[in-house]
Design a protein around this ligand. Structure first.
Ligand SMILES: [Fe+2]
Length: 220
């Protein structure tokens, strides 16, 4: 009671220990750069519609709610309690926003890796494009539970590396060049439990032009 009385008597002191509030940004679901059926037969329209309009929307809503709660949290302790919700929903929003751009219909160049800086870097760091895909798929299929497989650029070594993250953790150790969602919601309706089939199929719709642009930006 004594400490409470002191706090009441000295409101300035209470304010001094209050965490600074952060204005909550309003995040919105980005439009897909193609129609829901554009990636068929490799990823079904049903998966794409649910994945984008329901799953990604849920992360956006969760992130907005967590940021609003964070901005209104009365103490650092209350803000710390919100960290996992921020990480999960913020990571989900970041990862899926990258993922949609990672993909493009086969008719628009999906799956085609042209000669250039990205292809050269993949050949240099993995011994070849097919070798890279095999290593990527093996590492990504081995994720226990839900997560993401990444081709990442290591800014220290200047090399490409295959990395995985759990849950919706965003890739922070590397610059993301390609990210593949290995949550069941990304493939189960079409591929059931056969993760390797999903991983083999998705290379037909990977947008390597987008990946090359990310590499060029990362390497600057
Ligand atoms: Fe997902």
């Amino acid at each position: 009671m004594l400490s409470l009385a002191r706090t009441i008597a000295r409101p300035g002191l209470a304010r001094a220990f209050r965490a600074p509030s952060v204005a909550a940004a309003i995040h919105t679901l980005p439009d897909l750069p193609y129609s829901y059926d554009a990636l068929e037969p490799h990823i079904s329209a049903q998966i794409m519609e649910l994945h984008h309009s329901k799953h990604h929307q849920t992360y956006v809503n969760g992130l907005n709610a967590a940021e609003q709660s964070y901005a209104q949290a009365p103490s650092v302790k209350e803000q710390i309690k919100l960290q996992s919700a921020l990480k999960f929903n913020g990571g989900g929003h970041i990862n899926h926003s990258l993922f949609w751009k990672n993909l493009t219909p086969t008719s628009e160049g999906g799956g085609k890796l042209a000669d250039g800086a990205l292809k050269s870097a993949i050949e240099r760091d993995f011994g070849g494009v097919e070798e890279f895909k095999q290593k990527f798929n093996a590492a990504t299929a081995a994720i226990q539970g839900s997560g993401w497989g990444w081709l990442g650029y290591n800014s220290t070594t200047k090399k490409l590396e295959i990395v995985t993250t759990a849950n919706q953790d965003p890739l922070l150790s590397h610059v993301p060049i390609i990210g593949i969602d290995i949550w069941e919601h990304a493939f189960y309706l079409q591929y059931k439990n056969v993760k390797p089939d999903y991983l083999n199929a998705i290379w037909n719709v990977v947008n390597f032009k987008e990946a090359e642009a990310r590499l060029a930006e990362a390497a600057q």
